[in-house]
Design a protein around this ligand. Structure first.
Ligand code: GDP
Ligand code: MG
Length: 300
């Protein structure tokens, strides 16, 4: 590098926190595009999601992570926890997200993990839109600032996209001097077929009843791109025949609805017409089956 080239800043930013505090919603708000799926149910994010944000000389590479789970006997949960630990080890900056309304035991567990990382930790107090007045924030900030030495504490609403810019500024300030890893226009390193599978999974999580979503995963069988359209065939795996019936719904209504909603979002994301074909298969105990987990990309 010679002195006519200005220094670039680039680093990895891990977004961590217990399930359901709004990590994926926050990443989408920062990127201004949906790459990480969200829902009211914990465990919506299973994989590590990577998003890129470039502002002039600054480039932040975000890792969205599944919420850290305690008491996790199932293979899938253990694989998700390993994902979180891996992201923390890689990160140059840690964004620790909590719900501003309540601090829980699970938050304490995350705190333990981030506190010994010797990396700047920015605490995000999310969901400020749920507070009645801003005055409620001050005592919360005061109390939480005692927990450890945070690089910054930023109250915001990821959902309402309120106060996102100050967080971005804090993150960019913490990035180390390093050449950019991605082109300026890059948004994610995830493949289109992965994003398609995730969109289908999101619709299933949002529209199915209580016990089914945890048993569901999506595998893309075909992803054919032509000039004008994309043909996608996806297989929805469930654990039991009864779940298959629920996913399909009466006269196929549920599958049709899920397919339609997913297809519309895919068309926005890919800027092309999409033909989506879905079908459902039963694979018993898939979430405890190491081999299938590997095949579906949950493990390396
Ligand atoms: P994650 O598990 O931490 O990734 O959480 P998600 O991003 O999937 O969000 C969990 C739930 O919280 C979803 O229903 C979101 O719509 C909701 N949520 C996220 N951010 C906010 C926020 O700023 N305000 C409110 N009221 N809800 C939010
Ligand atoms: Mg998530």
């Amino acid at each position: 590098m010679n002195d006519t080239q200005p220094t670039q800043y680039c680093g990895t930013v891990a977004i961590v926190g217990r399930p359901n505090v709004g990590k994926s919603t926050l990443l989408n708000a920062i990127l201004g595009e949906k790459i990480s799926i969200t829902s009211k149910k914990p465990q919506t994010t299973r994989h590590r999601i990577l998003g890129v944000k470039t502002e002039g000389l600054y480039q932040a590479v975000f890792l969205d992570t599944p919420g850290f789970h305690k008491n996790t006997p199932r293979q899938l949960n253990r694989a998700m926890n390993r994902t979180v630990v891996g992201a923390l080890e890689e990160a140059d900056v840690i964004v620790f997200v909590v719900d501003c309304r309540k601090w829980t035991e699970e938050d304490d567990m995350v705190l333990l993990r981030v506190n010994d990382q010797e990396r700047p930790v920015i605490l995000v107090l999310n969901k400020t839109d749920t507070l009645v007045t801003r005055d409620e924030l001050l005592p919360i900030i005061e109390k939480l600032s005692q927990k450890m030495s945070f690089a910054a504490i930023v109250p915001l609403s990821a959902l309402k996209e309120n106060n996102i810019a100050p967080l971005e500024k804090e993150i960019m300030q913490q990035l180390p001097a390093a050449p950019h890893m991605f082109g300026e226009e890059s948004l994610t390193n995830l493949s289109d077929s992965f994003l398609a599978a995730e969109l289908i999974r999101e619709k299933l999580m949002r529209h199915l009843g209580e016990e089914v979503p945890y048993a569901v995963t999506v595998q893309i069988e075909k992803f054919e791109v032509s000039d004008t359209l994309i043909r996608i065939a996806a297989l929805i795996w469930v654990e039991k025949p009864g779940q298959k019936a629920i996913v399909i719904g009466k006269h196929g209504d549920m599958l049709k609805k899920v397919g339609q909603l997913a297809r519309l979002e895919m068309e926005t994301l890919f800027e092309k017409k999409v033909f989506l074909h879905l079908w459902v298969k039963v694979k018993s105990d898939w979430s405890d089956n190491e081999q299938l987990l590997t095949q579906l990309g949950y493990k390396k």
